[in-house]
Design a protein around this ligand. Structure first.
Ligand code: BG6
Length: 486
């Protein structure tokens, strides 16, 4: 069990905090993982009344926790952990002194986690003020959200500003996908099963697909999203991190340095896509009105209320230039307003080298491994098997299906933010991103954005579909097809 700590959530009244961070801490409390005496300090711009803010948190928890998780008894105890405070994150005023007094009322070696749930442009300034107020101790850590910057240069600038006040080992760059249980299970699957280790390379694998499809549209984030687009919002971080975990070599130990070093090698080996290759290997799309669950939903431009060429969908054919992966296409895909919410990794194996059955049963379907990250957490392996009801030799695909959450009788609530914030409190950076990874990821993304700025417009797709037809054609060029869940 951890020692008591303080977590200061800058932007504590914002969407991320109310929807994800505070519900995650409630879960941590319910599971007995929030040490007594710890303090959660959401900062807000103005705080007229503590009770009013606490009521807002109460409503948010009721709205965002699943049925059965919330109850008044637990809430009453959990509410005592919350100590909101009004802070201006860009100027020092008397409230900063109040924050300092509160923090210094506890022992000086108590861990402080500063969670910057703020626009990245103010990370530097907020860290500067923390430093001016002498709030950064040896056991302090800062957690920053993705995407860091909107290009390599801006990310460097932000990272350098934060680095003036915190050492690299104190900086926890969060990518919540790394906190998802099935994402960690990907490493467990690869590095604790000989079966897969020997069948995990260009000799046996034909192609790999990594998809994160969402049903939501712009939501309330027009200001951020229209500037970012799917490439910066999802590919630069979540999809490239998943790619790293799928493609990396085994770390020699499961510690932060070894894992990060192996992930970085994958990013370095990622073949650049530049100039005219962008059009050949990448599809960008934007949704137009369509029907979802029987209801007509507006297109991106209607939701935005403006004209825009921002992409809400990206599909990429990427290659990793190293011995293990030479020639294997990695298809990355993400989009909003797609048919189904799903995140999964699909490993399509090659066909058997010689089909002894051909005359009787026709082609053999290659094996396929599907690791579903959400909404269900499952692993499916499709094999060929003989039909039992036929005297003739007839083959059919059968699927081994492991529903990972099934054994827990609903006693388990996967929550990526809970996992990662507890890691930050425990000073375990293994599932956070190193500055070098951010730099390398942008190095790969920047030329794509540059090319898009020079030419082309997004291909349109209907809300409720699986994206533009061009994305199917991208795979068809190599005789591949997307594996679409459900
Ligand atoms: C966030 C993106 O990082 O991830 C959002 O900014 C996206 O645009 C979200 O909706 C998806 O996360 P999850 O966990 O719901 O798949």
């Amino acid at each position: 069990m951890l020692n008591p700590f303080d977590i200061i959530i800058f932007g504590g009244g914002g969407d991320l905090s109310l929807r994800k961070l505070l519900p995650a801490w409630y879960r941590a409390y319910q599971e007995g993982n929030l040490p007594a005496g710890s303090r959660i300090m959401p900062t807000v711009r103005e705080l007229a009344d503590r009770a009013e803010f606490i009521e807002k948190v109460d409503n948010a928890l009721q709205a965002h926790l699943s049925t059965g998780e919330y109850n008044k008894k637990d809430w009453a105890v959990f509410a005592e952990f919350i100590h909101p405070i009004a802070i201006n994150v860009t100027e020092i005023d008397e409230n900063w002194t109040l924050l300092k007094e509160r923090l210094e009322a506890e022992a000086s070696d108590r861990s402080r986690v500063f969670y910057l749930s703020l626009p990245p442009a103010v990370y530097g300034r907020c860290c500067e003020l923390l430093s001016q107020m002498e709030l950064i101790t040896e056991t302090s850590r800062v957690v920053v959200e993705k995407p860091i910057g909107y290009c390599g240069a801006s990310a460097e600038e932000i990272n350098s500003q934060v680095a003036l006040y915190f050492k690299e080992e104190q900086i926890f760059r969060i990518d919540h996908y790394l906190g998802k249980e099935t994402v960690q299970n990907l490493m467990a699957l690869r590095f604790s099963n000989v079966l897969f280790e020997n069948l995990w390379d260009a000799k046996t694998i034909d192609n790999i697909q990594i998809s994160i499809s969402e049903t939501v549209g712009l939501e309330t984030r027009a200001g951020f999203y229209d500037k970012a687009g799917a490439l910066r919002d999802m590919v630069q971080n979540h999809l490239l991190q998943l790619l790293c975990l799928v493609a990396m070599e085994s770390p020699h130990k499961l510690n932060a340095n070894s894992i990060r070093a192996e992930k970085l090698k994958v990013l370095e080996a990622l073949r650049p896509i530049v100039g005219k290759e962008v059009k050949e290997n990448i599809v960008r799309g934007q949704y137009v009105p369509g029907t979802m669950n029987g209801k007509v939903v507006p297109g991106y431009l209607e939701e935005l209320g403006d004209n825009s060429t921002t992409e809400t969908f990206v599909a990429i054919r990427a290659h990793i230039d190293n011995w293990r992966w030479a020639g294997v296409p990695f298809y990355l895909r993400t989009g909003k307003r797609l048919k189904k919410r799903c995140a999964e990794i699909v490993v399509e194996y090659k066909s058997v080298s010689h089909n002894v059955y051909e005359q009787n049963v026709g082609p053999i379907q290659p094996n396929r491994l599907v690791i579903q990250i959400q909404p269900e957490e499952s692993i499916q392996l499709t094999l060929m098997s003989k039909r039992l009801d036929s005297l003739e030799m007839q083959l059919e695909p059968v699927t081994l299906n492991i529903e990972l959450a099934e054994d827990y009788n609903n006693n388990y609530q996967g929550d990526a933010y809970k996992r990662l914030m507890l890691d930050a409190a425990a000073n375990n950076p293994a599932l956070f991103i190193h500055r070098d990874e951010v730099r390398q990821a942008w190095k790969w993304i920047d030329p794509i954005v540059e090319q898009w700025q020079k030419s082309g417009v997004p291909a349109l797709y209907r809300a409720g579909s699986w994206g533009p037809i061009d994305a199917d054609e991208l795979l068809a060029e190599r005789n591949h097809t997307w594996y679409n869940a459900g």
